[in-house]
Design a protein around this ligand. Structure first.
Ligand SMILES: [Zn+2]
Length: 181
């Protein structure tokens, strides 16, 4: 599908990734688009897949064809482990700690529900998106670590539309793509 994007259009996408819209979620959306994936936003799905039409935790990106959702998490708010962005404000520390633990608890719960519903969950961290932007300046967008990670995570989940069970159910969201670097 990506090959159908004209050269001009592709370089437009790449320049957009490089210069503007550095909001991590927007960057990941643009990247997926360059890779040829189609998706919906903020947990929206056909009611056939989830009776409320919105998946738990409103995942940022929903790839229904792959029965996969992507969360693009801010390191600070979602407490990315061992990340330098995961700081704690020096004032009103207790307030912040309560807020953070609630976020982490909700994330865990949503993950469990989504997995139980048969969804494959991918979590992408803000700091990894930022390193992707840096990497995309020297490499073709498709050759960046994050692009290769997304494709390797998504490919096994292509499934026959007439059979709504995903081809593979070993969803493991905790895998950090940067660990393989
Ligand atoms: Zn981080």
């Amino acid at each position: 599908m990506t090959d159908r994007i004209s050269k001009e259009h592709r370089s437009w996408n790449m320049s957009r990734i490089r210069s503007t819209d550095t909001k991590p979620e927007v960057v990941v959306r643009k990247l997926l688009h360059v890779l040829g994936y189609r998706f919906r936003l903020h947990g929206k799905v056909n009611k056939r897949l989830c009776n409320t039409g919105i998946l738990p935790g409103k995942p940022d990106i929903v790839l229904a064809k792959y029965k996969t959702v992507i969360f693009v998490h801010g390191c600070f708010w979602h407490r990315h482990k061992e990340c330098k962005r995961t700081t704690t404000p020096k004032t009103r520390t207790e307030f912040w700690q309560n807020k953070f633990s609630l976020n982490v608890k909700n994330d865990k719960q949503n993950l469990q529900i989504l997995k139980a519903l048969g969804w494959h969950v991918i979590t992408i961290w803000e700091c990894d998106v930022l390193s992707f932007i840096k990497e995309a300046k020297d490499l073709s967008v498709k050759k960046t670590a994050i692009a290769q990670y997304l494709q390797s995570e998504l490919l096994p989940f292509t499934y026959d539309q007439s059979n709504p069970a995903p081809a593979k159910l070993v969803a493991e969201n905790t895998k950090d793509y940067s660990a393989g670097k």
